[in-house]
Design a protein around this ligand. Sequence first.
Ligand SMILES: [Ca+2]
Length: 282
Amino acid sequence: MKFLRLILLLVMMISISCSQNGNDPEPMENENSKDNPDSSDSDTDEDTNTEDDNTDNDSNSDDDDSSMDTKEDTDGVKYGDNFIVFEPQITTSDLGLWKKRVPEDSKYHVGTGIEAINRNYLEFTGNNLNSGPPTSPLEYNFKCPKSGKYRLVMRMYQPLAEGEAGDKRNDVWIKLAGDFTTACVYPTEELKKNHKFWGRGVRKWGSTYNLEGHVNGVKKLAKVVYNLKEGEIYTFTMSGRAQGCSLDYILLYEESLNFNIVQHTDLAEELPELYRPDVAND
Ligand SMILES: [Ca+2]
């Protein structure tokens, strides 16, 4: 019997020592948990930022994660289901070297077709008739009415003097800021930088309709189309390039509308009236 008890005792001791060895995974779990503190380090930066946001005089209490929400669209932008249109003079930027032309002005262009909408437009008076650096930037905020691909065009007029070639006084600099991607040949990042935007309207209202940029080092002249998101606010910037270039209005329309806009196309004549800025009552 003593021998049997001894064997039983031995079996018990062996089984206890086996169950202790079975806890091997624990130390490994502890090693894994060491990774967690590293990944949470960056949170502290965000915490200090929200303090800055709270110092703004902002009546909305629960949008401190995006200061962009405080941006509003510029007064005077006209929206449709699938387009955005506005006149350049609605900007709140300093006009600088842009001049507002009105009928009382001797340089105002009356023309023979549809007159400038609201009988006003902006003419750039800096640089020279060929080009120059981006000058007197004008900003516009607009809200996208519906997600889609939007093409940019402008109603443009070239006030050419006698003997001046048809490819003068016909361009501006443009760029777009906000949450968009490209829907044309140019990379998204290029559309966020200033590029020449040009067209034709030789001594008459026509249009600017193409960008001049580079794709993989090769010069490209092509249309500008942006993928825009419903409800997002975008900032469009137009700066003066060629002296004399005159703009009546700026239009972004859903590309699927398939408007035919080529050299010398007068946007007001070619497109339905809906796609023009509203005429103000006075
Ligand atoms: Ca106008």
